[in-house]
Design a protein around this ligand. Structure first.
Ligand code: ASP
Length: 386
């Protein structure tokens, strides 16, 4: 099978192996899914710590900025937005903000949301072009309008009116990967048969330099498995006030105008100041269908730990496919949560991260230093592609 053709997923571990050995009070017992006998919560009770800030793994170097704000008694929403702004500004993170992988037409389109627990407010933006810091834009929607969600060109114009700078968000890195994707999917985006390079279509995009060759190898991977990626970030301060944000460039090569879960309040971002916060990364469509963020908050309200609540949301996604691992292995999804006591947890559908050679992790800063913690996998096995 050609490296450029879409790879099929298969599971490396034994068929029928049970998921993670996790039990919770609410999931239905289903083969291969998180076991449920209604008798015990498997994730051990953990002592919470405040202040606390967590995010998806790509935020591990950014949480320190949020923690500094929390330690100085700053607002929790200011803390999470400050942290994710670092990732939005980073051209090397091609799943968020500047340098995000574009839609099928080569335009970067960003989605973001915020929720401020103490004032019970929310803001969000979707399908925004040419504006880099969309988490701050979502916060501006919350603070300066009577709306919760603004999309598309309206959001871009609103941003400009509010003093945000317009810019080209497509970096050379992302542009080349997009061109390679075009070449691999469309006959018209390759050199013609009368061209000396027609067999070597990639040589017109990537030069022989080691850097370009490495980029080509990376492009091959992301073309085979269209990547998702995002940063959800949530914080609880010393007093127990909670806020969250989620910001993303969404699914690479999406149809223009496609919106994922990240800007959907109650799916990609959810806060209840009496309970906790939840966020997600991965295939947003699956999260939207189960209102994952809201589901997790409601499970925590009933007393579930953040980890068990995340696993409950995952159980609903698996149920939507009758726990068919072949179908479920065509995507990946993660949930992250913290509660008012400063207990945190996360669940991944599969044991692996997007990079199949690594375990799924998330980032935690509880006042000492930011570090990565393993997600609890719903299926205790690795989904890999051939
Ligand atoms: N959840 C995001 C979306 O579907 C993407 C991601 O997290 O990878 O747009």
């Amino acid at each position: 099978m050609s490296m450029w053709s879409r790879r099929k997923f298969f599971l490396t571990s034994l068929a029928g192996s049970a998921a993670a050995g996790v039990t919770n009070l609410f999931a239905r017992a289903t083969p291969g899914a998180a076991a449920s006998n209604g008798a015990r919560a498997v994730t051990p009770a953990v002592q919470g710590k405040r202040p606390l800030i967590i995010s998806s793994a790509n935020g591990v170097n950014a949480l320190g900025r949020g923690m500094d704000i929390l330690k100085k008694g700053g607002d929790t929403l200011d803390a999470v937005v400050a942290a994710v702004t670092i990732v939005e500004d980073d051209p090397n993170d091609d799943s968020v903000g500047y340098g995000g992988l574009p839609n099928e037409q080569g335009e970067v389109e960003l989605d973001a949301s915020v929720m401020h627990g103490p004032t019970h407010r929310a803001g969000s933006v979707a399908s925004v072009r040419r504006i880099k810091n969309v988490s701050r834009l979502a916060k501006t929607v919350m603070e300066r309008t009577n709306h919760v969600m603004i999309v598309g060109d309206g959001a871009r114009r609103f941003a400009v009116d509010e003093g945000f700078e317009e810019m080209n968000l497509l970096t050379e890195h992302s542009r080349k990967i997009w061109l390679a994707w075009k070449a691999s999917t469309s006959f018209n985006w390759r050199p013609g048969i009368d061209s000396p390079e027609w067999k070597e279509k990639m040589s017109t995009i990537f030069s022989d330099t080691p850097a370009d060759q490495a980029l080509m190898a990376y492009a091959q991977r992301v073309i085979a498995d269209p990547p998702t990626g995002t940063i959800p970030c949530m914080a609880v301060n010393e007093k127990g006030d909670i806020s969250a944000t989620t910001t993303t460039s969404g699914l690479a090569w999406k149809i223009p105008g496609r919106v994922g879960d990240s800007p959907i309040i109650g799916a990609g971002c959810c806060v209840d100041n009496e309970v906790g916060a939840a966020g997600s990364t991965g295939k947003g469509e699956e999260n939207i269908k189960i209102s994952g963020g809201h589901t997790i908050i409601e499970m925590m309200r009933k007393g579930m730990s953040p980890t068990d609540a995340c696993l409950e949301a995952m159980a609903r996604i698996a149920r939507n496919y009758n726990n068919d691992k072949k179908k479920l292995a065509t995507f990946h999804i993660f949930f992250y949560a913290l509660n008012k006591d400063g207990v945190h947890g996360a669940a991944s559908l599969w044991q692996n991260a997007y990079d199949k050679g690594r375990r799924a992790t998330y980032a935690v800063h509880d006042g000492t230093e930011a570090h990565l913690v393993d997600c609890v996998p719903y299926f205790n096995e690795t989904a890999v592609s051939d």
